[in-house]
Design a protein around this ligand. Structure first.
Ligand SMILES: *[C@@H]1O[C@H](CO)[C@@H](O)[C@H](O)[C@H]1NC(C)=O
Length: 149
């Protein structure tokens, strides 16, 4: 392998390692389509969430409908059972989205996921929905996390 080639490979590997997109599963984004999910900081996957810290979640999606409002609903799925996961701001229109939402437009939904110190140290799946006027999901994503001390 030539020196240039090696450099290109190493550089692209570095870029990949520092900004790895979060692996997620779509759980029924009926009124939109998710392009990517980013959690900061999240150096490895599943993301390690330290108690007492807050994490920035950035979901980039396109809407296929118009909506005046958007409301986030977050659950932690523990052993298959969804438990409400409180977030400080439920209003998607106050979380990076300029409302009203119009069809065929890309949006970046950015919010905080605070990890309380009283949470148990477990692995769980976070299920994050953003609902429109009709209470249908603009997006629904699931991603695994690990809560650590
Ligand atoms: C969210 O992600 C999108 C797409 O990667 C990016 O353009 C945008 O700047 C990000 N927003 C924040 C606040 O990180």
């Amino acid at each position: 392998m030539g020196y240039m080639m090696l450099c290109v490979v190493l550089l692209s590997f570095l870029a990949y390692a520092t900004s790895e997109p979060v692996k997620f599963v779509d759980c029924g984004s009926v009124e939109g389509k998710v392009v990517g999910v980013d959690i900061q900081p999240c150096a490895q996957q599943p993301c390690q969430l330290h108690k007492g810290q807050s994490y920035a979640v950035n979901v980039t999606f396109s809407s296929s409908v118009a909506s005046q409002t958007s409301k986030a609903v977050v659950h932690g799925v523990i052993a298959g059972v969804p438990v409400p996961f409180p977030i400080p701001i439920e209003d998607g229109c106050k979380s990076g989205i300029q409302c009203p939402i119009v069809p065929q437009q890309m949006y970046s939904y950015v919010n905080q996921l605070p990890v309380k110190s009283e949470y148990p140290s477990i692995r769980l799946v976070v299920e994050w929905e953003l609902r429109d006027d009709a209470n249908k999901d603009l997006f629904c994503i699931k991603f695994p996390v690990q809560i650590v001390s």
